[in-house]
Unconditional design. Structure first.
Length: 179
């Protein structure tokens, strides 16, 4: 019985969409990067640095540049942190790609890694292109402010939460199977 699928085993062009089940995840990471970059470019053109536009009583659009990492960690340094965090982001992305390659069948885990990968590379692009990360989402309550962030940061955060949920559910499943 013949298969309806074409034989691509001798094709010089790899099947990126079906390549070991990673294509759709890489495409999702790319979509996150594109959304991140488009929103950063849009806010960078629409607002002046430090300007705030109130959206809700607890949320503003703003335009801030972060030369450091999360929560402006090391932002006050003379510039070495740009390349440190760039190399760290590229290294983390390489590790994530390896993890994705070795855990292709774990869909929740793959989604978590995909979001972290897209977010990390979105911020790496900023560091290389501008020397800082563009942030534009600001949540606050009265005099308390959460540090401004962007779509890439949201992807990293949601991905990290999914990693924790995935691990909890995996351990629960192991415990249930052993009981």
């Amino acid at each position: 019985m013949e298969s309806d699928k074409p034989d691509t085993s001798h094709s010089p062009i790899p099947d990126l969409v079906g390549y070991r089940g990673m294509g759709r995840w890489l495409l999702l990471a790319l979509l996150l990067i594109v959304l991140d970059q488009l929103t950063k470019i849009g806010f960078d053109h629409a607002l002046r640095y430090g300007e705030r536009v109130n959206v809700l009583p607890v949320f503003d659009f703003t335009l801030l540049y972060n030369k450091g990492a999360a929560f402006s960690f090391l932002a006050d340094q003379p510039g070495w942190q740009r390349w440190f965090f760039t190399i760290l982001g590229i290294g983390a992305s390489a590790f994530i790609l390896w993890m994705m390659h070795t855990h292709r069948s774990q869909h929740r885990f793959m989604l978590a890694l995909t979001l972290i990968l897209g977010g990390a590379l979105g911020n790496v692009i900023d560091r290389i292109a501008y020397g800082h990360v563009v942030d534009f989402l600001l949540f606050y309550w009265q005099n308390w402010y959460y540090p401004a962030f962007n779509v890439a940061d949201a992807g990293i955060t949601v991905g990290a939460i999914l990693l924790i949920i995935d691990e909890i559910l995996r351990l629960r499943g192991q415990h249930a199977r052993s009981s």
